[in-house]
Design a protein around this ligand. Structure first.
Ligand code: HEC
Length: 174
C-alpha cells in the first residue's frame, strides 16, 4: 500500500468512527448515507443541437421522457430517497422535494436553478459525484414525475438554454 492509499484509508477509518457519533448528536438529522463505491463519472459536455426545444415551458408541458425518469428514479432510490422519502415528501433528514414543499420553495424558478442546487449540493458530502450532469437531469425528471408531472415526447437534457426556460409552477387547474 502506498502512502496515498494509506492516507485515504485512515481518513475513511476516521469517518467510520466519527459519523455515527455526530449523527447521534445532530438531533434528527440523518447521517450521510454510506454510498459505497461511487461510479466513475465522465465529465459531460452540455448537450447542444438544433433539435433541442428551448421554448418557454412549464414542468406540466411533458418536458421529459418516461424512459429518462426511470433512469433518474434508480439513482434517486439509491442516493436521495433515504433523506427525501419514497415519494419525495421529505423525512426528518431532508425536506420535501415534491408537493407543497416544492411549490413553496421553488415556485416560478427554472429547472436550471433546481438542477444547479441538486448538482451543487446533493447528496450532502458527495455533491455532484453520484453521476454526470445528464444523470442529475434525469433525477430532476424523476422528481418532477413524483410531483405529478406527466412525461412527454421530448427529452430533458443537460443544456442551460433548455433548462432555464422551463419553470416550476403550480399545477394548472383543468
Ligand atoms: C443525507 C441526507 C440527504 C441526502 C442523501 C440527499 N439530500 Fe437533498 N437535502 C438534504 C437536506 C438536509 C436539505 C436541506 C438543505 C438546504 O436547504 O440547504 C436538502 C435539500 C435538497 C433540495 C432542496 C429542497 C428545498 O425545498 O429547498 C433538493 C432539490 C435536494 N435536496 C435534492 C437531492 C437529491 C437529488 C439527492 C440525491 C442525489 C439528495 N437531495 C440527497 C438532505 C439530503
Amino acid at each position: 500500500m502506498n502512502k496515498k492509499v494509506l492516507g485515504i484509508a485512515s481518513v475513511v477509518g476516521f469517518l467510520a468512527i466519527a459519523l455515527p457519533v455526530s449523527a447521534q448528536h445532530a438531533g434528527g438529522v440523518a447521517a450521510p448515507p454510506d454510498l459505497g463505491e461511487l461510479p466513475e463519472v465522465a465529465a459531460s459536455e452540455q448537450i447542444s443541437s438544433d433539435e433541442i426545444d428551448t421554448s418557454e415551458r412549464t414542468i406540466w408541458d411533458g418536458v421529459f421522457t418516461a424512459e429518462q425518469a426511470v433512469a433518474g428514479g434508480a439513482l434517486y432510490t439509491k442516493y436521495c430517497q433515504g433523506c427525501h422519502g419514497k415519494t419525495g415528501r421529505g423525512t426528518p433528514g431532508g425536506p420535501g422535494v415534491t408537493g407543497a414543499n416544492l411549490n413553496k420553495a421553488w415556485e416560478e424558478t427554472s429547472l436550471l436553478d433546481f438542477y444547479l442546487f441538486a448538482h451543487g449540493n446533493m447528496p450532502p458530502g458527495n455533491a455532484g459525484r453520484i453521476g454526470n450532469e445528464q444523470d442529475y437531469v434525469n433525477i430532476v425528471a424523476y422528481i418532477m414525475e413524483m410531483h405529478g408531472a406527466e412525461p412527454g415526447e421530448s427529452k430533458l437534457v443537460w443544456n442551460e438554454d433548455q433548462l432555464s426556460n422551463i419553470y416550476i409552477v403550480r399545477k394548472p387547474r383543468d
